[in-house]
Design a protein. Sequence first.
Lengths: 374, 311, 295
Amino acid sequence: MTTATQPRGETRTADRPFGPHTGPLRRATRWWPALLLVVLFIAPYSALPLPGLLDGPIGSPGNLQLLALCLVFGALATGYDLLLGRTGLLSFGHALYFAAGAYVTNTVMLEAGLPFALAALLGLLAGVALSALLGAVSLRVSGIGFSMVTLAFAQAGSILVQRDPGGVTGGEEGRAAPADKMPAALVGIDHTANLYWIALAYLVVVLAVVHWAVRSPTGRVWEGIKENERRVEVLGLRPYGFKLTAFVLAGALAALGGIVYLLLTGGATPQTTTSDFTLSLLVMVVLGGSGTRWGPMAGGILYTWADHRLGDLANSGAVAGLPAVLRVPLSQPLFLLGALFVAVIYLLPGGMARLPARLRAARTTTAREEATDA
Amino acid sequence: MNTPAEPHAHTFATPPAHPSAELPAHTPAKSSAHTPAAPAGKTAPPLLTVRDLRVVIGGRHILHGVDLDVAASGTTALLGRNGAGKTTTVRGILGLVPRTGSVRLDGEETVRLATHALVRRGVGYAPEDRGVFAALTVAENLRLAERPGAGEPAYDLVHELFPELKQRARQAAGTLSGGQQQMVAIARTLLNGNRIVIADEPTKGLAPKVVTEVTRVLERAAEAVPVLLVEQNLAVVRRLARHCAVLADGRTAHHGPAAELLADPDATRRLLGVGRGGHGTGTRAERGHTGTTAPEHTAAHPAARTAEADA
Amino acid sequence: MSTVVLLTLTGLGLGALYFLVASGLSLIFGLMDVLNFAHGALMSAGAYGTWWAASGHLPGAGSGGFGFVLAVVFGTAVGTLAAVLLELAVIRPLYTRPREQILATVGVGLAVPALLSAIWGADARPFLGPEALAGTFGLLGAEVPLNGLVLIAAAVVVLVALKLFLGRTRHGLVVRAGVEDRAMVTALGIDVRKAFTLVFAIGGAAAALGGAIGGLYFGSVDPEQGTSLLIFAFVVVVMGGMGSLTGAALASVAVGLVQQFANYYTSAGLGDLAVVVLLAALLLVRPRGLTGRLA
């Protein structure tokens, strides 16, 4: 039975996309996340331009806003992967809990006049309660049935928000957050750096929570459920409770993300409730590498950046001058991202996180072939 | 290709002498373990030759290199304890699980063929779970096994062997008894004048009386077409099989005439894990295995086994 | 009374539209375990194909009489072809990776509406149909729109045709067997991949037909139409028990009727919610759907 441990070993390798190296190199690479965090933390003070990647200096409010969005989506994708990559649950309704955080917080501020901190707490609780309730129902079906049910619930939420019951949600326009209820340091273009740091803090929190949860005994059961649910049942554990825990935890992280997003964009919009929103999270996770520590984050950041930059590209003169066959598809970021997604599935199974491992494998194979030839 | 067995009226009334009785049991079991020889007594090359068959499922190595010859006539039994890899070997031969190695059918390499393409070259397969389509009728189950463009299906033979299936043609197969479902599964393999029939534990979970009936049908089938039989019931093996291969831990552990193995109680116990109650002299340590005893599938016919083994 | 008649018939019309989409989804899922997120895109392909042909781009086709029939045939053919292409180019190379198959259809489902709006704009385009189908007719005091009846008729024809295909032909037999146990079908010497392509073609044709006639029903086509209908089709498939055609038909009718009645008697939008509540209730009582089949 020694062979049974093999898949686990593979997962470990996938967990460390930039390792495992040996010796000093490995020790050096182990600290890259801390280094990256420091770089991200001081980014608002930087006037360094990144031509091609960003317009103008990094520290400009527009760029900080984009970077903050990237970080929020990197975190959201990481939280979503708690379901997809860690527990093997394909939920199509994650947008609902994100939107619950944003909308409940916003509505409580607008309608009940409560200050932001209290409203945010209620928003978070709403996300937890909603994910617990709907998770309890949708987890009664397994496999793809679960996916469809979560999709149906999210769609119901989306419809509800767009119908604007009692003028509470603002319908298709959404509603702007009330500036007078928010802390002054979080409002206005001058304070974008603060919002950026909040987004960074959110990302760190999500990464830490996911890391901790996956390492916990519960996390090991999740891994078992992902690999073979039957085997977990045979061990006498009820997968339902563990799956629900993952669902609620992911829902809470998403609701928290919704609150950060509300701060960042200054309002709640119905686009965040749609199934397309969840599908874009799915694309981010798969793009980056599902079930890995850094993959979903990288995918979320890359997707968000590409989505914005491709939009700029679509409106640029370079594209306008192209013949119709090229211009028409290039004018749609969603088309490009959909096509890119399909391409990644084919050409890069495991996402970007597997890229270093694949390169290494290719190098080893070449080396071995050379050795055989010699 | 399409040569269904001639109906023999006498087969059921007077079963022929045990095929194993015709073969002298002279080959030492040990020496043939990893170099399967051509079937003893005949010079005909094996019909199906499996070499170094390896199967990895979900990162787990199930088979580590199985070697197996299926003789061009009669029944070859594939034996082994539970979990030794018998079913995986059969599924690997058919390409139902990803596998590497070599599988030659009548000299032709088939390891790169898709399952359906291999089957169309004349393989009948009755899987372990019987593979009967529960929502389909008996007639539809049989119709699925027809191969358009490969000659007339041998319904005469099937209906002669299983008159019951004709009566129950319009019944949903899921409502049949286990024995009847097994008959559907075997009937599907006999419909096409196949070159080889692979039956995976056809007597599993059946009542003793039905076991006898299934055994008779397989005996009859083996007259016309070589059979690869995975079986735990040693009484059935004794009755049907001329040759046998034994798997242990995903490898071929033994290969030789079936009668010879079954006549050697020590080898039987060592390879198959079936003891003979108080008669055995060996201790657990002698088996060289981790000591778990396989379930006594042979319990239905203990008298027959003891009598023959002692003879 | 007249309101009830009208709501029943429009509800059945909506249910018919759901069935046209869900029948293919259910068959594809039942046979291949692929949840086809691109099915809405196939429907849109049918709708846009018909609209394109009916607006005078296809010689002989038009918005009236035989010309419209030709346009619908063209639109259905476009959807069928798109479905076959999807199966061969996107699904087939991923046979050994079921999760990725679903993800790939998600990608296609995102890309196709984006492409449609890149070519013809994101706004709804008016969909012109024959004058004869634009009217209403009196039934038990209600003025029932004709185009809803066309949908019902199309759904009934598709249901009967599919039942005959599944019950009477060898290909249908292979599909039914494959829904139960795909591996065993191949072990009987049948190339089940041909059945996959066939089921995609059938599902694509039904969805494209739904798109073509749905355009008539809604009076316009837009790139997101298929995707929004797809979600209700998913509900129908889950409720009906995946892989069951009869279940899909029953669930379509139930969903269409509940939606129409709830939307009329309560506030608009609650009908859509009622459907989801119905789904939740059903799953609590019978986790395996109406026909008790769920992977």
